[in-house]
Design a protein around this ligand. Structure first.
Ligand code: V0D
Length: 247
């Protein structure tokens, strides 16, 4: 098929260039996708999980080292209880079906955010998911759950204060030292941030870490974000990099 040829060509093109080490994605538009199709919102989230599965597979195949997915923000608690409850069933469902493949593919699952405030069954699921993959040394898959970037930065400041009191660190804190107090400690900053669904905002996601990231916005709703859309985003990223190189 014609689409298949286009996909293969773009894939070849991208694999000849520099693959972003760390890709971060704000997975937006599940509700709107469902509404446009006359479906209930949870159908959008269910389909959103399918996009997560496919994206994890695609990123791993392309050789991306870190994938960070923004799944549930501290602001999402304001949604209807029934929707929040449905969202909270997703991590368990996801691991039930995906954990064997994640383990097979050497993916290491990590969580970033205030996971301690999530329902116990969610904490149990995500703890098991990260425990069972902790020795994997392939792609790092970060799920941002109950995550807020300003909270993360304040948490870092308070951890530093605590360390100062206890260990009496005299050294001045530089950017590298500060980064070590963030949830993303030890990981490279995102090279590329994708936001789906046409919103042109960062919405309190990885504010410190995206200081130098390329930003890519697409109108595509998260449930329909395909391998082709991912390749197009990476292609744009590579073109921008090449352009800067020429100046
Ligand atoms: C809904 C689109 C995977 C965004 C994707 C609880 C919103 C589908 C997870 C997941 C959600 C999280 C942690 C984990 C394993 C899987 C997920 C939520 C929402 C919020 F360790 N998809 N997903 N979590 N959606």
């Amino acid at each position: 098929m014609k689409e298949d040829i286009k996909l293969k060509e773009l894939e070849q093109k991208i694999l000849a260039g520099v693959i972003p080490q760390h890709l971060a994605i704000i997975m937006d538009g599940n509700g709107r996708w469902a509404a446009e199709k006359g479906l209930p919102r949870h159908e959008g989230h269910r389909q959103g999980v399918e996009s997560v599965r496919a994206t994890v597979r695609n990123c791993n195949e392309l050789g991306i080292s870190v994938l960070t997915l923004f799944a549930f923000s501290t602001e999402n608690w304001q949604r209807p209880i029934s929707e929040v409850n449905y969202l909270m069933s997703l991590p368990e469902k996801y691991f039930d079906s995906e954990l064997p493949e994640l383990i097979r593919n050497n993916v290491q699952v990590r969580l970033i955010g205030e996971t301690g405030k999530l329902p116990r069954k969610v904490q149990k699921a995500v703890r098991e998911g990260s425990e069972k993959t902790k020795d994997n040394d392939g792609m790092v898959l970060n799920f941002a759950l109950n995550y807020g970037s300003r909270d993360e930065i304040l948490r870092a400041v308070n951890l530093i204060i605590k360390d100062l009191k206890e260990k009496n660190i005299k050294k001045k804190i530089d950017e590298n030292a500060f980064s070590d107090y963030l949830y993303t400690a030890g990981l490279p900053d995102p090279d590329l941030l994708i936001r789906t669904s046409g919103e042109l905002r960062i919405s309190n996601f990885l504010l410190w870490q995206i200081a130098y990231s390329e930003l890519y916005f697409t109108e595509v709703y998260w449930p329909e974000f395909s391998r082709m859309h991912l390749l197009e985003a990476i292609d744009t990223f590579q073109q921008r990099k090449r352009r800067y190189g020429k100046i």
